[in-house]
Design a protein around this ligand. Structure first.
Ligand code: ADP
Ligand code: MG
Length: 711
């Protein structure tokens, strides 16, 4: 906030300039009148060390005490505020361990008693004849009206009520602690605001107009001490805009710097290959697929590295979009890589794509941990004789060197670490950076995508291919399992397949595998005896996994007992039933992923969530999954249920700067500020004309914001 060349100084003549604040904001809280070492310690416990920290410690709530009542008119049982004079103070000890402080107060209309139990020290706060502002709930106790433990504040001098922080106004309620009360925070903020005067304004009047926000000086004052609830709303809007603006400018600046220094392959779009791919498909592309392929093609042709996330519901047809993108790279003489998180998935991609791409002359190879002719494959990749390499982590291991990698497609990116993506980035020819397409079926709420993944472009497949019906999801108690087994048998008779998903054991894949084996035995010996049952878990050898998948596909074992290895991508159109054991152990999006494995053909899918959970939390999740099949809606619900912070994971650090912003509630504003920030950077890339914004976003970039890192 280093400048006062902006409008604030001219527009708020009554205030000292932002310079005062510039000095003040770094001062320790001990520079405030009432703050000694002990209070400073308590404040540090709330994360408050400087004056700026203090003023960024925003109220969590407000109590409207603008209306003063007469004692005669006090309604019972409601929080009310009035002023009155002390008539009598008495401290009694009705029993040995009990003290009772009674303070009788009155105004022109009547008299009322205030009481406190076991707080004898309050006696010295009250002297007969003094006037107080009092807030609390009037109640009838033994036939008398009284107020127990009200809050109170002495009114001093003529204008006392006007400057009171406790009554006759909207009173801020701060997040407090045992050492530091909300009332103390009120007084400290008041003093800090008084000393600060004006705050450096970051936006011109025209910009404020465009964003429909008030001046910053108004906003910081009014968020703490609003004169009306409308003022508070306006103040909050301005401060949310400030938070978002810093974040978006920091992301935007960082991104521009990255794009400026790394040159990417500017893919030439020889449309022929893409056209033959599309012509060879047994179905027409959905409108969403067409749109997304066009978006990807456009960024691939640009000379800056593509960093795009492709998100789409399970079954929305991401694979063919990946194939089309790979064709764009191959058409221009480069190579493509498709990396999947598990062998099962990599193989599935390979068996799905190799025929499709092979038919149009694209050479596809598979590379996983269990590839036998690894050296031969690697040599061919190095000579450029393989166009598309599909695989697992094996793709990013030592010894893998592409002739010219043009595009890396990463399926389910959340399972990959940063260094793996860095490895891929070094695989382009002549130091050019390959384009990156990250596919995820875990829909990220749009709010999150924009605020936190501001460094990624996002393409969304928001349409599923026709003829797909949503999966019906039912919650059953364990004693109703038989119902599900009946359904499984019925579906199998009709040519269907069924999954039984074993309880998640996050800490140990060994325990999880053991549980799956146990469930397999239980089912084959009991409820599903006589039916072909297969087993698939992460600890099996890959040849066995492959065999299990093949037997399931062919219908030889129409039931597959599996762990979450089937969570992503497993595509067997005949699968119509799924039973998820101990469903409460799974996250909301995980349940959604799992059930996406069924109902991929024309027949309706049924998913049973087996759970005896009692906790409100688990039930809320299970009910949410049953109530909607829309992944985006669920993602938003997840955000609501788990709280916003929990979704950020490693990117958590960035969260600390968004104190007031609600990712859910402020969505329209988030979109608006993002657009605004991008346009601003177009016009003023170095923010020369916006020194205050520059300083603020620089502070964010240089700070703890590791989440701004690319890759
Ligand atoms: P995702 O990876 O997004 O979950 P897939 O790419 O596996 O989805 O596609 C799911 C199924 O839909 C596959 O069987 C695929 O062949 C089929 N499919 C994809 N696009 C279309 C389309 N436009 N019309 C009909 N079926 C499609
Ligand atoms: Mg897929």
């Amino acid at each position: 906030m280093g400048s006062d060349t902006n409008s604030a100084s001219t527009e708020s003549p009554g205030h000292r300039k932002g310079r005062t604040w510039e000095r003040l904001r770094r001062e320790p809280v001990t520079s405030l009148a009432r703050v000694g070492p002990k209070i400073a310690d308590g404040l540090a416990g709330l994360g408050i060390e400087t004056i700026e920290d203090l003023l960024h410690h925003f109220p969590r709530d407000y109590i409207d005490r603008t209306t003063l009542l007469l004692i005669r008119d006090l309604p019972l049982g409601e929080e009310v505020t009035f002023t009155a004079t002390v008539d009598k103070v008495s401290l009694r000890k009705p029993r040995p361990r009990l003290s009772l402080l009674e303070v009788d107060v009155s105004d022109s209309s009547g008299r009322i008693r205030l009481t406190w139990f076991n707080q004898p020290y309050r006696q010295r706060h009250f002297k007969v004849g003094e006037e107080f502002a009092i807030s609390g709930k009037a109640e009838v106790f033994r036939g008398r009206i009284q107020i127990s433990s009200p809050s109170y504040e002495k009114i001093e001098g003529e204008s006392g009520i006007g400057t009171s922080l406790e009554v006759g106004r909207i009173v801020p309620v701060y997040p407090a602690s045992a050492e530091i009360s909300s009332a103390l925070l009120r007084r400290l903020c008041w003093e800090a605001l008084d000393r600060a005067g004006a705050f450096a304004e970051s936006l011109t009047p025209a910009e404020r107009n465009a964003l429909k926000v008030q001046e910053r000086t108004f906003a910081i004052n009014a968020i703490h001490f609003p004169e009306s609830m409308q003022d508070r709303t306006a103040a909050r809007r301005r401060l949310v805009v400030d938070e978002l603006m810093r974040t978006q400018l920091a992301l935007g600046t960082k991104r521009r710097a990255y794009e400026a220094e790394s040159k990417a392959i500017a893919h030439v779009d020889r449309a022929a290959l893409l056209t033959s791919l599309i012509d060879s498909l047994p179905y027409p592309l959905t409108a969403a697929q067409q749109r997304v392929i066009a978006e990807i093609g456009e960024s691939m042709r640009a000379p800056v590295p593509m960093h795009r996330m492709l998100q789409g519901e399970v079954g929305s047809g991401k694979t063919v979009v990946a194939a089309a993108s790979l064709c764009i790279a191959v058409a221009g003489g480069h190579q493509g890589a498709l990396m999947a998180p598990t062998e099962v998935l990599a193989e599935q991609h390979y068996y799905g794509l190799a025929p499709l791409l092979g038919e149009i002359g694209v050479r596809v190879k598979l590379l996983t941990g269990s590839t036998r002719d690894r050296q031969r494959v690697l040599a061919a990749v190095g000579r450029g004789e393989v166009d598309v390499l599909i695989g697992t982590h094996a793709l990013v291991q030592e010894g893998v060197a592409f002739a010219s990698l043009g595009l890396a497609v990463i399926d389910e990116q959340h399972r990959f670490g940063v260094h793996q993506r860095v490895h891929l980035r070094g695989q382009g020819a002549d130091g050019l950076v390959p384009d990156m397409l990250i596919m995820t079926a875990t829909p990220i709420p749009r709010t999150l995508a924009i605020t936190i993944y501001g460094d990624l472009d996002v393409s969304t497949l928001d349409e599923t291919p026709p003829g797909r019906s949503p999966v019906k999801t039912l919650w059953i108690r364990p004693d109703a399992r038989d119902k599900a087994y009946e359904q499984i048998k019925k579906e199998i008779d009709a040519g269907g397949r069924a999954f039984v998903v074993c309880p998640l054991v996050e800490e140990s894949s060994k325990l999880e595998a053991a549980a799956a084996e146990e469930e397999f035995r239980r089912l084959t010996e009991g409820p599903l005896a006589g039916i072909g049952v297969g087993l698939l878990h992460g600890r099996m050898r890959s040849a066995d996994k492959e065999a299990a998948m093949a037997a399931f596909r062919s219908g030889e074992t129409p039931v597959l007992v599996a762990t979450t290895v089937i969570e992503v991508g497993v595509d067997v159109p005949e699968a119509t039933v799924m039973m998820i054991e101990s469903a409460e152990r799974f996250g909301l999006s995980q349940l959604h992923q799992l059930r996406g494995r069924i109902g991929r053909g024309a027949r309706l899918g049924v998913c049973y969530l087996v759970s005896e959970a009692e906790s409100e939390d688990a039930l809320a999740r299970i009910k949410a999954v049953c109530s909607t099949s829309d992944g985006f809606e669920l993602a938003e619900k997840d955000l609501e249920l788990r709280g916003e912070g929990s979704l950020f994971g490693a990117r958590q650090a960035g969260r600390t700067d968004l104190r007031l912003t609600s990712l859910l509630g402020d969505f329209p504003l988030i979109v608006k500020v993002r657009e605004f920030a991008n346009e601003l950077l177009e016009r003023d890339p170095d923010l020369d004309a916006h020194p205050v914004l520059k300083e603020e976003s620089d502070r964010l970039v240089s700070g703890e914001v590791s989440w701004l890192e690319f890759g």
